[in-house]
Design a binder for this molecule. Sequence first.
Ligand code: MTE
Length: 299
Amino acid sequence: MAYRWKNDLRERDVTPEPVWLDRRAVIAGAAGLGLLGAGGAARAETLEPNDWEDITSYNNYYEFGTDKGDPARHAHRLTIEPWNVRIDGLVDRPGDYAFEDIMAKMTVEERLYRFRCVEAWSMVVPWNGFELADLLAMAGVQSGAKYVAFETVLREDEMPGVAYPVLDWPYVEGLRLDEAMHPLTIMATGIYGRDIPKQNGAPLRLVVPWKYGFKSIKSVVRITLIDSEPPTSWNKANPREYGFYSNVNPEVDHPRWSQATERRIGGGLFSSRIPTPMFNGYGDEVASLYKGMDLKKQF
Ligand code: MTE
């Protein structure tokens, strides 16, 4: 697979930002010399990660406010120790799992993913995380389970944004079980080898790279295996604009703007608008999940 790699590294060992920058220079150099060919050049572009500053200062986390800078300003108030994730519903071993106990069992890897917000901006983020499939296996998924529902922590005293009824709190999301089990789907616990900042969804948040960013729910406290499609926050708020699937699709425009192109956050060569690829560029890996579906209707 082009945009992921497995290396079984623990979080403390993963590539720090300065090394990333070196690697980036090498990739850019190779592209400049024409060593990568046409496809290679396109991939070199996607491998250009955004810097720490971009990733941690331009955020959507409405529980802390709706301005892009609000999460970085206010999320320090979120208490993340202790942290438990309740895993329940159609599982063999339901319970409240302590974050440390989860981490002791999971293999944390680096995953360099494109991240495409439904608002038509994007970044490239070097996440650290583990496959959601491994966490679900730990709890033991029962045969009747067909969907996975997720819930974000809700704390009125720590989250100034929840005083406003922008969404129906707590933030909830959902995936079909096969989407949840897909190897590209991770629970992220770090960025650039450091613990994931609170504004990005500490201590663990979902990342589904072929879907719009709002599916990637932050600061998860509950994961429930169920047999029917769960309600999701943005779909509840505006079903005409936000579907359950929300796969990145340049051919299905948002009712109020085009999804054909995106603005890559961050200065320099790649900051102009670029075409948005189907499934955010992960079609080879995930298109088969949606065989036979009308993606214009089931958007
Ligand atoms: N999760 C919660 N709990 N609350 C939110 O407001 N925003 C979503 C998603 N997860 C959101 C959330 C949206 S719209 C996007 S684009 C991404 O988080 C942004 O993630 P980032 O800030 O790490 O880039």
